[in-house]
Design a protein around this ligand. Sequence first.
Ligand SMILES: C[S@@+](CC[C@H](N)C(=O)[O-])C[C@H]1O[C@@H](n2cnc3c(N)ncnc32)[C@H](O)[C@@H]1O
Ligand SMILES: [Zn+2]
Length: 304
Amino acid sequence: MEALNLHDGTVYLDCTLGGAGHSLEAASRIAPSGTLIGVDQDDMALEAAAQRLGTVPLDSEPILLKGNFGDLDDLLLEARVPGIDAVLFDLGVSSPQFDFPERGFSYREDAPLDMRMDPSTQTLNAAEIINTYNEADLARVLRDYGDEKWAARIARFVCDERRERPVETTFQLVDLIKRAIPAKARRTGGHPAKRTFQALRVEVNHEMDVLRRGLDAAIRWLNPGGKIAVISYQSLEDKIVKEVFKKMQDPCTCPPDFPVCVCGKKPVLKVETRKPITPSAEEIERNQRAHSARLRVATKLETN
Ligand SMILES: C[S@@+](CC[C@H](N)C(=O)[O-])C[C@H]1O[C@@H](n2cnc3c(N)ncnc32)[C@H](O)[C@@H]1O
Ligand SMILES: [Zn+2]
């Protein structure tokens, strides 16, 4: 909230509204004349947020938009604002989504393998990936998006199993993962299914492409001097944020041995966090789900 430099009148965009925890705090800082725009692709999140934001002290009603931040351009056209002063991305799944077992995000509850963030528009779900991707593709997804060391073995166990019967539930998959990862390796690194479940969620929701598109659009819509803050919870996401910020800060594509820049690409961002900001031990103590959070912040430059 501090990094976003919010004050009375700020146009604040929350690209991951969720339960509106951040937005509620932001609303009090931009009141009374600020504008709050919240985006989420999840109906449950939007309902919860609408309730919590019902009594905010803003002159104008919060604008809550259902959709994917990968389509931010369309969403913001709908909001009819000329530009944005502060934008937040707090990536990933919200706690309530984890707490509804039937969504299939949690390896701790038995449910159909789903993991679609927006079941009303998406068709590909986790069960389809598990039962139709070839072994090599499956291993690649688990390795690239989950940092899973045992990706190849898990993929093999899945493919062996599905020749007998389809893998349709979270517990069926958890069971396979536990069998695929050697007992010794299972004793460290948290729940053995954590990385596989994360990887499937990223694949189901095309999260990496969407993130790139969303960041790109958000930065375009930022007013000069405007702030962008992104909280990510996994290394691949954080890497994308870091890369996008860096590219916008230093977009020159001239060969390094050119004495002067001839490509003419000018910086559009100033990165405020050389290293990401991470939660304190005390915050992690209070909120276990914050443990992997990394916050990066940048400022939009004047362009001419
Ligand atoms: C970690 S939660 C946000 C919590 C929120 N900051 C709060 O304080 O309550 C992430 C939210 O982003 C939403 N989300 C994730 N990816 C999205 C996307 N590509 N487009 C729109 N919403 C997305 C999820 O549905 C979820 O509600
Ligand atoms: Zn150049």
